[in-house]
Design a protein around this ligand. Structure first.
Ligand code: FAD
Length: 523
């Protein structure tokens, strides 16, 4: 029995949240950063639009707060919103110090764009690849820091506690190359594992967004909040061989029309603004038509515009579609809505602290109260930077008084064998994500949710049985977490007897008088 590694702080996840915490604390603590893929495999590197912060004289904290509260449909926590907004400029300043090259203008320092829900231009960006610019700069700093040890292709399996409900003292980490499970001991553990949008069949998120941190924290005794609020992007490329790729809403803004397979337009039947209706209305209309017709996708057609105009305005979309055999100057683009952002998560306070001592959760895995029932565009990256900084400050203040790391018992593999039927895992992955897509997606009913619950209960039982008997693999670990998160989403959705923000149910189409969080507590 010996620890494989010992740290002051073990950070699980290497996106915006995890790397910020690591760098903010690294001058004063020994830090281990774990990533189940390569360092840049999370959603951060995919972010296109930018980061919201009050950066111009015409803008104000009050305006940013008010816009965020409006998007959140009555469920934002005002202290969390203020904390995020008021620390926004400082977070951007820190990123600039790390070398992130945001777009600048001739007359003002930074170029700001305006996005849905924002009443002002306040989104700083690096062209249309902001996430990549942030991730690349932070990667370099992390790799260069002598106090940070990076473990890529290492996957956290579970948190370690000496007894149920007691402080978190480390984590079991699966080394994907050697297939050994390692014991990492630490004074503090921070989960920064991103969202859970891969519970759905179609998603804009990269492969690893399987809600691992949410499931691990739940198993360790943390409450979760508002898991029913999942944001769907209305138009992602639908192509059997391509990973899901966002088709920007600007295509509709420039005259793109949504049509069915027979060429008929349909959005004007749902909203007078047709193609220019807000994101959630467009997503709902597409979902309705796909379900009504049993169609695999609908189509977004901009081919009536001049070919030069299309190529000039949408060079990346043009190129990506062309690589997949679609010439958007000549033919419509097959699209589906796709799960994009997990608004709910593990409940934390303003310092990222959870219900369990020693455990912090930051970034998309957390429910800080910032997003409420609907995330406002470009607030999510800001939340990562602000809460990672707050968590680092809190941890450093307590570091000397925290109990020393413990010796963690070795991972016990004595009662498991190699799987004889890998197909069980792949089948259940597929079934789970289809079930979530069909019954727990954009438009819900109690009947659909109950149908999903029955299937998820059965899958959970089967997966738990499999987990108990066979040696673990990354796919099995992700599936186990996905089924936990799916269960949390369905239970939260069943508990909400109204339509609010991103949760829309045909059984309760109205907004309730009182706005109440959905909070689930582990038994
Ligand atoms: C296509 C796209 C566009 C977006 N555009 C914007 C935008 O313009 N502005 C904005 O504010 N937000 C945007 N978002 C949302 C934003 O990118 C994410 O919310 C944010 O990047 C989440 O950061 P994070 O650090 O919490 O998680 P991530 O960046 O997702 O990182 C999660 C990390 O955890 C690791 N991990 C997960 N599970 C484990 C495990 N079990 N063991 C070890 N490691 C693990 C992953 O490998 C990864 O390193 C976009 C998202 C997508 C998908």
């Amino acid at each position: 029995m010996a620890n494989d590694a010992v740290f002051d702080i073990l950070v699980i996840g290497s996106g915006a949240a995890g790397l910020t915490l690591a760098l903010r604390a690294a001058d004063h603590a020994r830090i281990g950063v774990i990533s189940k893929g390569s360092i840049d495999a999370g959603s951060t590197a995919w972010a296109q639009g930018g980061i919201a912060a009050v950066m111009s004289k015409t803008d104000s904290y009050d305006a940013h707060v008010e816009d965020t509260l409006n998007s959140g449909a009555g469920l934002c926590r005002i202290e969390a919103v203020r904390h995020t907004v008021e620390n926004g400029p400082k977070a951007i300043g820190w990123l600039i110090d790390q070398g992130v090259a945001f777009d600048v203008t001739e007359d003002g320092p930074y170029h700001l764009t305006q996005e849905g829900g924002h009443s002002q231009r306040r989104v700083v960006h690096a062209a249309d690849a902001t996430g990549k610019a942030v991730q690349t700069s932070l990667d370099e700093k992390v790799r260069a820091h002598p106090n940070i040890t990076l473990f890529e292709h290492h996957m956290a399996v579970d948190l370690v506690q000496e007894a149920e409900g007691s402080p978190v003292r480390g984590a079991y980490i699966y080394d994907i190359e050697t297939t050994r499970v390692l014991a990492f001991s630490a004074k503090f553990v921070a989960l920064a594992t991103g969202g859970a949008s891969r519970v759905y069949l179609y998603t804009s998120n990269p492969d690893g967004a399987t809600g691992d941190g949410i499931a691990m924290a739940w198993r360790a005794g943390c409450r979760v909040a508002n898991m029913e609020f999942n944001q769907f992007h209305p138009t992602c490329l639908y192509h059997r061989e391509a990973r899901t790729y966002l088709i920007s809403e600007a295509v509709r803004g420039e005259g793109g029309e949504l049509i069915l397979e027979d060429g008929e337009r349909f959005l004007d039947a749902f909203d007078d603004r047709a193609e220019l209706a807000p994101r959630d209305i467009v997503a709902r209309a597409i979902d309705f038509e796909m379900k009504r017709l049993g169609a695999d996708c609908v189509y977004l057609d901009i081919s009536h515009q001049d070919a030069d105009f299309i190529q000039e305005h949408f060079p990346n979309i043009y190129e990506t579609c062309r690589e997949n055999g679609i010439d958007i100057t000549q033919q419509p683009i097959p699209v589906v809505p796709a799960a994009h952002y997990t608004c709910g998560g593990v409940i934390t306070d303003l310092k990222g602290r959870t219900d369990v001592d020693g455990l912090y959760v930051i970034g998309e895995s957390a429910s800080t109260g910032l997003h409420g029932a609907n995330r406002m565009a470009s607030n999510s990256l800001l939340e990562c930077f602000v809460f990672a900084d707050s968590a680092a400050t809190d941890i450093l203040a307590k570091l000397d008084d925290q109990a020393d790391p413990i010796i963690i018992p070795d991972w016990d593999e004595s009662r498991v064998s190699d799987s004889d039927e890998e197909v069980v895992v792949s089948h259940n992955w597929d079934e789970l994500r289809r079930t979530m897509w069909s019954y727990v997606g954009i438009v819900r009913t109690d009947k659909r949710l109950a149908r999903a619950k029955r299937r998820i209960d059965l899958l959970a039982e089967e997966i738990q049985d499999y987990y108990g008997n066979f040696r673990i693999t990354p796919d099995l670990l992700e599936l186990r977490n996905l089924v936990t998160v799916s269960d949390l989403i369905v239970r939260s959705a069943l508990a909400r007897k109204e339509s609010r923000g991103l949760h829309y149910t045909l059984d309760y189409p109205e907004l309730a008088d009182e706005s109440v969080d959905t909070i689930l507590q582990p038994e």
